[in-house]
Design a binder for this molecule. Sequence first.
Ligand code: HPA
Ligand code: ZN
Length: 366
Amino acid sequence: MNDIECATDFAWLPKVELHCHIEGTMRPATVVDLAVANDIELPTRDVESLFQYEDLTGFLDVFWLVQSVLATPDDWERLAFESMIDGAAHGLRYREAFFTPARHLAAGQDLGEIIAALDRGLDMAERITRARCALILDFDRDFGAAAADAHMTELVSLKRAGRPGTERVIGIGMDSTELGVDPMSFVSAYSQAPEAGLRRTAHQGENSGADAIRAAVDGLGCERIDHGISIFEDPELVRRFADEQIPLTVCPNANVRINPGVVADLGDHVFPIMRDADLLATLNTDDPALVGLDLDQEYALCAETFGYDTGDMVAIALDAACASWLDDCDASVLMVEIKAAAAGAARAAADARSAAEARPLMPLSA
Ligand code: HPA
Ligand code: ZN
């Protein structure tokens, strides 16, 4: 599936990911395994053709199909475990991952069981890797505001009851269709977040305008925006995001692959313009398995395309730690680790240069 070639490699760089849908990390082989086990019909078992789409609507159909194979708590546990094992292999150190259970809850699954199962899988992966993961419950806009309200109420009561794994759920967000959906219709669910100690974000500006980004921040109290690529429609909003350092969790390669009608080519992406405008814009994969690239490749392709050097990429990694919802102490620990890795990489590059200079030239007629 993943046949991307990158000249650069950022596996050495400890990375933080703030925009990644856990269902979108599902290994193709796991999709097929779970579909067979749960008697769910796939249009094809050839995942190369399964993961095909031409726009956000088509992508969401595939995303929903992948979600549909998660039928039991064991399936969620397996997904969570594999997700972090795979992320850690590419330098992931900390992730705030979305899970979007609307379809499963509508089909009779239990939110407490889903969260407990995700927690078990993540816990197991955390024991094996050094990577850590928090969770964000995403509302699926397609299921409407009433469903979001019900899921929020359920989440709050599970957290109050101290049910297993609920301490991992640190925030709420919303995803799926943006077009034609007024963010303000979700105000009731969002307004319950502060009292429950939950942070707030929302997918906006992937294919909605800057007015929707503004509504998410002003009306729903969002502290971050996922995507946000339409922000330049509103210069005043850009200045505000820069002044207040409101983070944008940007997914340049996913935008190109999922939404080629909006971003035709990585070179056309606004990410470098965001960074030049002093926006706290971070790099993320969105749905690594479905998009067919990992976080290391996201960093490498952006570095190559936007002409970023190692220092620029280290700055992006540090900004992701800063934009995370970790407390200051844990964020600082990650930042120290990122800086230490950067210093180590700089030393290794300097050593390699001096070794090359010290090497005697081969006589031509040896
Ligand atoms: N946009 C909206 N919903 C999603 C996405 C996305 O990029 N990925 C998974 N669900
Ligand atoms: Zn997303």
